[in-house]
Design a protein around this ligand. Structure first.
Ligand SMILES: [Zn+2]
Length: 243
């Protein structure tokens, strides 16, 4: 399995960067996890959007979704040209107004997922577990025959998160906050030290921090996570990980 970081900022990008988007490829299958602002243009360095097998959204906040509103035009115009089928998008079904906006004519079809949903895309198996966030959001697990990627989406800390990360070859975990933000009681996101602690307790092989807050020195995030986990990695656009 190959993971390529397309964009890794939230809730808005640093200069020249984009928000959440992660390309996962395995044995000829390709899925995009989240499709935030700026993702489409960078994605095209690696794959054309009409060649994706699916887009899977952790949740419907705009920094994870907004480029789908542009990708629909690329899908429409090229699927006609190339006689391709529709693009399937999998997402939590709420808020309903945001979910319904994902559908576009006969070209983009949205499917609501729950904790019971099991997707098969080629030989990849994808499953979902509820996160704790302002919008309904999922922890997404992507498994090949012998490897496992766990993506946190957006979530604040909850005790079951450690169990969900267990066995991950790579844990792609949001770290929007620092310790001082958690001490102030800020909700909805994890701090880097929490990502490090979860990764350590879950025994994951690699920890990659993402959903970077654009006004922060990321080395502070890395240092806080490193109190708990050795060799903390920072997502950056274009970085590629082999699982
Ligand atoms: Zn969010």
């Amino acid at each position: 399995m190959r993971l390529t970081v397309i964009g890794c900022y939230g809730p808005y990008p640093a200069a020249g960067e984009c928000c959440s988007g992660y390309l996962v490829e395995h044995q000829g299958s390709a899925i995009l996890l989240d499709c935030g602002n700026g993702v489409l243009g960078r994605l095209r360095y690696y794959i054309e959007p009409w060649n994706l097998d699916a887009v899977i959204l952790s949740h419907l906040h705009s920094d994870h979704v907004s480029d789908l509103m542009i990708m629909r035009y690329a899908i429409m115009l090229n699927n006609i040209r190339l006689d391709k089928g529709m693009l399937n998008v999998y997402s939590p079904g709420e808020p309903a107004e945001e979910f319904n906006r994902l559908n576009y004519k006969d070209f983009v079809k949205a499917h609501a997922v729950t904790a019971e949903t099991k997707l098969n895309v080629g030989s990849l198996k994808i499953s979902f577990s509820p996160a704790v966030h302002a919008y309904m959001s999922n922890i997404i697990t992507v498994e090949s025959e012998d490897h496992k990627l766990v993506y946190s989406g957006d979530t604040e800390y909850f005790p079951q998160l450690t169990g969900l990360a267990e066995g991950a070859d790579l844990f792609l975990c949001e770290a929007n906050y620092l310790r001082k933000d958690i001490e102030k009681g800020l909700p909805n996101h994890l701090a880097a030290y929490q990502a490090g602690k979860i990764a350590s307790e879950a025994g994951v092989k690699r920890l990659v921090l993402t959903h970077h807050y654009p006004e922060r020195d990321l080395e502070i995030s890395r240092n806080e996570a490193s109190e708990y986990f050795r060799n903390v990695e920072l997502a950056s656009a274009g970085s590629v990980y082999f699982l």
